[in-house]
Every structure is written in structure tokens, then in C-alpha cells.
Design a protein around this ligand. Structure first.
Ligand code: ADP
Ligand code: MG
Length: 594
């Protein structure tokens, strides 16, 4: 008697499943993408293991995904020869949620604000199978478990696991049998199925086979020749001998079944950029980021030659990931590393933190295949590749800045703070990164469009410094009394409105030999004055009693009271001294509880 054990799903999963099974999502075909993606991940895993332990493949040498529709049971059967799952893994992987963020996704789905096609990003892609199924059976055989097990669920609160009564039929891998629910029978249609598989398997690096039937009209041939066609060579010989084949006497239509390979296997990064369309690049971006509505601002398809051989495609996403800046300390999995077409890992740091918003793939030829991921991370070639790609990425930004103002402004709005972080962090790239920064300024308050080079090109002949003001918003700076005098005198003032700007000017005190000067601090000296002018001397004498009175009255609040050249319309202003904190910085620190 085989033991069947019953388990309850984690609450979130039950919620997710009842949501999925009771809904009428138009996009339910995406279950196929999710299952193919899981099969591909499982194949990646076994192929990676086989790098260090070739015997891992002995349980099943072929690495493929195959898909068949069984009209007798109204089921789809998806089989992969990947790493498979042990009994424990079936229980854990198909019963609990590993990824954080899933609950938020669930809440969005429940409030009908979520998009089910994003499911793959939340680590629960498997359950999308219930968009089309009312019963799912997963048989799996792992090298780490002597027995094949089956997991079965009818999308209620529990699932069962049992030793597979059919025995170890798989060798190694996973077979998912999907009993289609009423109304999802379109997925039995082989043309529909083949079209979808083609659509979702374009960037899968393993052969995907679909069980296909075809009606063929064949000539009835005499017995003995039919039996001679036992293998390929004989067929070849036979066709060479065609001349001598007797005329067929009868025609017959029969159904021929065969595995049809649906995808080609050339990875997009191995192709020549001139053979890849923009649409292909975007499709690939969506595929490997598992975000079907994602978009990229620009990309760089690059082949490194010389000291290291590699290929790469690096993308600038059109938007920063939610919480990207809050989560800078966390590991991102934005770059996939392949070695000679074999997927190795996405858990490595190709880029420094400040560039970790970039996404893409790198395929290296010079890396050893048979070392651990940790050793690989420290490998000299990988560091060289990383250096190349950092430079290449900065070139890509510069190129975008040159070619497309609108896109570049979008880029700066999303990733400007990351670049500033780079100008603070990177001694090597500070100058280049600084040239890529953009600010709003009195020249273009609608920015961020003003570059430091642009600012310098507009500087007055006698001007020695880069003037700036900090504030929470552009509007706040525009209302600042400090701005008046400078603008009146024809000076441009940079508007520092990013929280990171104060840190930037502290760590990068100047650019191209010009120092940043905060207009809200200390005594301002313009290059265009010749000592104190008469007006100011007069003012000092005339208002001396007022200054005295103010100084006594505000004794606990101000260091000194003086006449100023900064103001034209406002009667007075409070300024920080040269070494003091500006009001903006004080507020920032207060906000951080500092
Ligand atoms: P994700 O793929 O993001 O981890 P899924 O819900 O799609 O989330 O899959 C959950 C887990 O189930 C996978 O991480 C994997 O461990 C396991 N799994 C799913 N399908 C397969 C498969 N075909 N072969 C091996 N393991 C699988
Ligand atoms: Mg998945």
C-alpha cells in the first residue's frame, strides 16, 4: 500500500489559488511561459551541477523540455529533464512562498489592481497553472531521492504527496500533468499550443519539443521496402534508388506523430547586433527580467575581445525598480552570468552598487566552468570584464545624452541619484560621471537638464566658482532671497534638490578646476567687485543701531548682523556661516533623526 500524505498550503498560496482559479483572466496563456521558465531553470541547475560532477547527468543525458496534449484525458503534459525535486522539495517548493513581496502582489490581485502576468516576478509563477487547470499532478525525480514522487492538487486548501505508483519512470526531471478545466480546451489545439510555445520559448536555451500530429498522404509501398526503411541510412539509400522503385499502386492518408522542435537555440547575445531588431532586444529584456510589461531606455550589445573574450547585452531599465534606492544594501540579481552559453549564476556583483540598476547578460569564454560560484566571483577575468562593462556603460550614457535629450532626461530622473552616488564613490570614474550629471538651474529651472560643462560654458568672464543653492524643491529655491542678487547680476545658480546633493558637493568639491560655492553660506565674494562700494558703507553706518538691536534681541539665534549685497528685494535673510549647516542640511539631518 502506497502512502499518501496530505498537506495544507501556506495561507497566502491558498488565497492566491482561489483567486486564480475563480478568475477569468484574458492572459491565462501565461501559465505556459511560467512552466517553461521553471523547466528551463531546472535544466540550468542540472547542467551547472554537471560542470563539477559529470555523473549527475547519467540519470538522463538529454536536456530538453517536451510538451504534449493528450486528447483522451484533456490534459497537457509538460516534461523536463532538469534537476527534479525530492519529496521534501516538492513539499516545500510547491506549498510555501519563498520570496518576499508576494503578499503585496496578492493584495493587488485581490483589489483587482494587480496584473496576473507579472506573477513570475513574485516567486509564485507555478500557481498560474491554475488559470487553466482544475487538477495538477507533478511527478518528479531528483538524483537526491531514490524514489520518484507525485504532488497533486485540485486547487483547494491542500495538496497530497505520494511515492509514484508508476515507479521511477522519469530517470530524472519533472513531469507536470495539467487537467484542463472546462473553457480552457483551446490549449488542446496543437496549433494554438505550438504558437504559444514558440512565443514563450524564444529565449530558452534548451530544445523545446511539441508532440505534433500531421496528416500525410503516402503511397502504399510493397512490404519488403517498408521494412527496409528501419533507420535513416536505409531511407537515404532508398531515395537514391528511387528510379528503381516500382510505381505506387495505391494512395493512403494517415496521421503521423512526431516531436517537433519549436525554438532555435542561438542566444540573442551570440548574434551579431545587426541581425537583432530593437523589438528583439526589448522582447529579450522582458523575458529575462520576467517582466512582460518592462521596458528599457537603451542598451549596449558588446563583444569584448583581446584580454578577455566575452559577449554581453547591458540594459538601462526605463524605470528604477521599486525601492531600488532604499534597498541599495541588498543584493540584486540583475545580471545573468553564462560561461560558454551555460547559465552559471545571477548572484554575483558585476557592477559597483551605484550601477547596480543596470540589467543584462554576460557570457564569458575565459572563465573556468568547473569552479564554485564563490571562486568565480573573485576570478581575475571577471574583474576585467567588470571593468570593461563599467566603462562601456558610462559610454552608453554619454551616447544617450548626445543622441536623445528626452530619453536622457528620463534617465536622469530615474537614475541621476545613482550617478551622484557614483561621483561620490568612485575615484576612478568621478570626472566622467560628473560630466553625465544634470541639474536644474536658474538657466533652466524646469531641469534636470543642465550639465556642469554647460554651466561652465555660460560662466561670466570674471566668475571663478560654481554657484548653487540647496532646497527641498525647485520652487523653494526660486523663492529664496539669496537667488535674487546673483541672478540680477547675471550669474547662473545650480539648484540642488536631491537629498544626495549635499553629500555630492562635500565629496566632489569642484569640477574642472571650479569649486562649488553655496550661495546660502557665509560672505559671498563675486569676481566683479572692487572692494566695498559706497552704498554698502553707507548702509553699515546708517543701520548700525538696527543691527545692534537685532543682535541683542536675537542673541541666542544669530552670530552677527551685517549688511548684505545678496539681496535686492527681500529686506533681510538668515544665512549659515561658512562652516555651519545650511537650513536644508539641518532639515535633512533632522529627517534622518540625526
Ligand atoms: P520561482 O520559479 O520564481 O522560484 P515558481 O512558483 O515558478 O517560482 O516555482 C517555485 C519553485 O518550484 C521553484 O523555485 C523550483 O524550486 C520549483 N520548481 C518548479 N517547477 C520546477 C521544475 N520543473 N523542476 C524543478 N523544480 C521546479
Ligand atoms: Mg518560476
Amino acid at each position: 500500500q502506497l502512502e499518501t500524505e496530505k498537506f495544507t498550503f501556506q495561507t497566502e498560496i491558498s488565497r492566491l489559488m482561489s483567486l486564480i482559479i475563480n478568475s477569468l483572466y484574458k492572459s491565462r496563456e501565461i501559465f505556459l511561459r511560467e512552466l517553461i521558465s521553471n523547466a528551463s531553470d531546472a535544466l540550468d541547475k542540472i547542467r551547472f551541477m554537471a560542470l563539477t560532477d559529470p555523473s549527475a547527468l547519467s540519470t538522463q543525458e538529454d536536456l530538453t523540455i517536451s510538451i504534449a496534449a493528450d486528447p483522451e484525458t484533456n490534459s497537457l503534459i509538460i516534461t523536463d529533464t532538469g534537476v527534479g525535486m525530492t519529496r521534501e522539495q516538492l513539499m516545500k517548493n510547491l506549498g510555501t512562498i519563498a520570496k518576499s513581496g508576494t503578499s503585496e502582489f496578492l493584495e493587488k490581485l485581490e483589489s483587482a489592481k494587480g496584473d496576473v502576468t507579472q506573477i513570475g516576478q513574485f516567486g509564485v509563477g507555478f500557481y498560474s497553472v491554475f488559470l487553466v487547470a482544475d487538477k495538477v499532478t507533478v511527478a518528479s525525480k531528483s538524483n537526491d531521492d531514490p524514489d520518484q514522487h507525485v504532488w497533486m492538487s485540485e486547487a483547494v486548501d491542500d495538496f497530497v504527496i505520494a511515492k509514484d505508483p508508476r515507479g521511477n519512470t522519469l530517470g530524472r526531471g519533472t513531469q507536470i500533468t495539467i487537467h484542463l478545466k472546462e473553457g480552457a480546451m483551446e490549449f488542446m489545439n496543437q496549433d494554438t499550443l505550438k504558437g504559444l510555445v514558440a512565443k514563450y520559448s524564444e529565449f530558452i536555451n534548451f530544445p523545446i519539443l511539441v508532440w505534433t500530429s500531421r496528416n500525410e498522404t503516402v503511397s502504399k509501398v510493397p512490404e519488403k521496402e517498408a521494412s527496409a526503411a528501419a533507420d535513416d541510412d536505409d531511407i537515404l539509400e532508398e531515395s537514391l534508388d528511387k528510379e528503381e522503385t516500382p510505381e505506387p499502386t495505391e494512395q493512403e492518408t494517415r496521421t503521423v506523430y512526431s516531436w517537433e522542435r519549436v525554438n532555435t537555440l542561438k542566444p540573442i547575445w551570440m548574434r551579431s547586433p545587426k541581425d537583432v531588431s530593437d523589438e528583439d532586444y526589448v522582447d529579450f529584456y522582458r523575458a529575462f527580467t520576467k517582466n512582460p510589461s518592462g521596458d528599457a531606455l537603451t542598451w549596449s550589445h558588446y563583444k569584448g575581445e583581446g584580454d578577455v573574450e566575452f559577449r554581453s547585452i547591458i540594459y538601462v531599465p526605463s524605470a528604477a525598480d521599486p525601492n531600488f534606492f532604499q534597498n541599495l544594501a541588498e543584493k540584486v540579481h540583475n545580471v545573468k552570468l553564462f560561461v560558454k552559453r551555460v547559465f552559471i549564476t545571477d548572484e554575483f556583483d558585476l557592477f559597483p552598487k551605484w550601477l547596480s540598476f543596470l540589467k543584462g547578460v554576460v557570457d564569458a569564454d575565459d572563465l573556468p566552468l568547473n569552479v564554485s560560484r564563490e571562486t568565480l566571483q573573485k576570478h581575475r577575468s571577471l574583474r576585467t570584464i567588470s571593468k570593461h562593462l563599467v566603462k562601456k556603460s558610462l559610454d552608453m550614457f554619454a551616447q544617450l545624452a548626445k543622441q536623445d535629450d528626452e530619453k536622457y532626461t528620463k534617465f536622469i530622473k530615474q537614475f541621476g541619484p545613482a550617478l551622484k552616488y557614483g561621483a561620490i564613490e568612485s575615484n576612478t570614474h568621478r570626472k566622467k560621471v560628473a560630466s553625465l550629471l544634470r541639474f536644474a538651474s536658474s538657466y533652466d529651472p524646469s531641469g534636470p537638464t543642465v550639465s556642469l560643462d554647460g554651466y561652465i560654458s555660460r560662466m561670466k568672464a570674471n566668475q571663478k566658482s560654481l554657484y548653487y543653492l540647496s532646497g527641498m524643491t525647485v520652487a523653494e529655491i526660486e523663492n529664496s532671497p539669496f537667488l535674487e542678487q546673483l541672478v540680477a547680476r547675471g550669474y547662473e545658480v545650480l539648484f540642488m534638490v536631491d537629498p544626495i546633493d549635499e553629500m555630492l558637493v562635500q565629496n566632489m568639491p569642484g569640477y574642472n578646476g571650479k569649486m562649488f560655492v553655496n550661495v546660502a553660506k557665509g560672505v559671498l565674494s563675486f569676481g566683479d567687485e572692487d572692494g566695498l562700494d559706497q552704498d554698502e558703507l553707507d548702509a553699515t553706518t546708517k543701520y548700525q543701531p538696527l543691527f545692534e538691536w537685532l543682535k541683542t534681541t536675537l542673541a541666542n539665534h544669530v552670530d552677527k548682523v551685517v549688511s548684505s549685497k545678496r539681496l535686492t528685494k527681500s529686506p533681510m535673510a538668515i544665512v549659515a556661516n561658512d562652516f555651519g549647516l545650511t537650513g536644508h542640511m539641518e532639515r535633512l539631518m533632522a529627517a534622518q533623526g540625526g
